[in-house]
Design a protein around this ligand. Sequence first.
Ligand code: IMP
Ligand code: MG
Length: 178
Amino acid sequence: MPQGPGRVLIFREEIAVRVGELGHAIAREHAGHVPLLVGVLKGAAVFMADLIRAIPAPIAMDFMGVSSYGPGTRSSGAVRLTADLSVSIEGRDVIIVEDVVDSGRTLDYLRRNLETRHPRSLRVCALLDKVERRQVDVSLDYVGFAIPDRFVLGYGFDLGGLYRGLADIHVLEDFPEV
Ligand code: IMP
Ligand code: MG
């Protein structure tokens, strides 16, 4: 297991419990329908892998790629689509699966983009919510944990492409914003 920097903010056991709860909530609220989970690459890949196994019902999954961060710890603000869905979402019950909602810009962009494709319903499941950082008002249907304004690493979260493979969510303390 790779060694991570900073201290652990959320341990793997806590993540597992919460992901289990989210999975059951999703199954309950989509009973009788097969939701299409749309994971936002790359950060949400780890969460997605655990979440689909926590939903005790049939699901479908696809991914979209967006890029909003430069190499540092602050969002550049501009959202860019780097990979699109491989299936039509028209008439589907879509759940966007995000790693973290920070300013809200990425999610706002994705929501608007997906709305134009006429899904039957469009919900959002985010593992982390940095409530204080919000600049664009976006509604979240399922949230794992509300966290303070700190930069996190591990469980899919990266800094400059590294640390995504850590099993716990770490937080950088006294880390200079770059
Ligand atoms: P937003 O558009 O500002 O809401 O930014 C959301 C995206 O920024 C997320 O999907 C992440 O990819 C990235 N991000 C935000 N905060 C963090 C963090 O603390 N660690 C790693 N990536 C982050
Ligand atoms: Mg993301």
